[in-house]
Design a protein around this ligand. Sequence first.
Ligand code: 8YV
Length: 317
Amino acid sequence: MPPDILILAPSPSAAVNAQLEEHYTCHHAWQQTPEERHAWLNALAPRIRGVVTTGALGLNASDMALLPALEIIAVSGVGLDGVALDEARQRGIAVTTTPNVLTDDVADIALGLLLASARHIVALDRFVRDGGWERREAIAPASSLRGKTAGIFGFGQIGQAIAHRLAAFGIEVRYFQPRAIAGTAVPRSASLLALAQESDYLIICAPGTPATRKIVDRTVLDALGPQGTLINIARGALIDEEALVAALQDGHLGAAGLDVFADEPHVPAALRAMPNVVLTPHVGSLTVETRHAMGQLVVDNLAAHFAGLPLLTPVKG
Ligand code: 8YV
């Protein structure tokens, strides 16, 4: 009998979905309406041995508690903020993620947001479409990237991939995270606040944890300043979103480029209304190639687990 697995979100890769269907009895939670989901899940819960989820969805403690036979949670993504890791650890449930394969695409989105913010690309696109150019309306010059400093908060693989790209634009790079990275030439600031003070662009790449919750607060935003730009490709939970809106509204912060939000898919109306804010819907890893690679890692981790072999990319307990 193929193991029963619960799939919380489909992969955009047909090849990944086909492999899952071939080797498992797949139950697709994403096909259920919110009203029917609970009864549907209760009925099949005792049989579920694996869960396929995303970094954004995770698997919370109450859903995990419904699944007495659960052996593995395969996350398509690197963020673990949505997974009840303590419960998984206590029950001996394996957790896997998809590191490395998404690094470059997520770094690219950070650069895209930075370029779009600094050079007003989205606002100018609207300007052209709305006929502002034909009406010969004035166009305010943007500020050059050269000679600016970017501060990267969270200098793991993605942060370092962003640093690499920034160097090609002639941007000075600094970073901060509690643990210093050995062997990097990139200077480490003394704190997040110091990093914000020293930077024109503050790029958030740190994981969402209780320690980083709302760590980018009004003080940090004020330190970044009226000419400063905040870029977030990590998790919305790291930002005090109300403080961000207030800082942008009163001109204490210059601009923002955001791929992630505190309450996705809801984005505060105030952010949507501001021309100096560029918004994308949590798409850092959403390319054909990367979502296939992430899905393939999920498939390979599940295969290793059910064959009793070492996992490819386990979360260490
Ligand atoms: C994905 C992410 O968008 O890796 C993460 O934690 O947030 C993103 O790569 C998410 O996992 C949805 O697939």
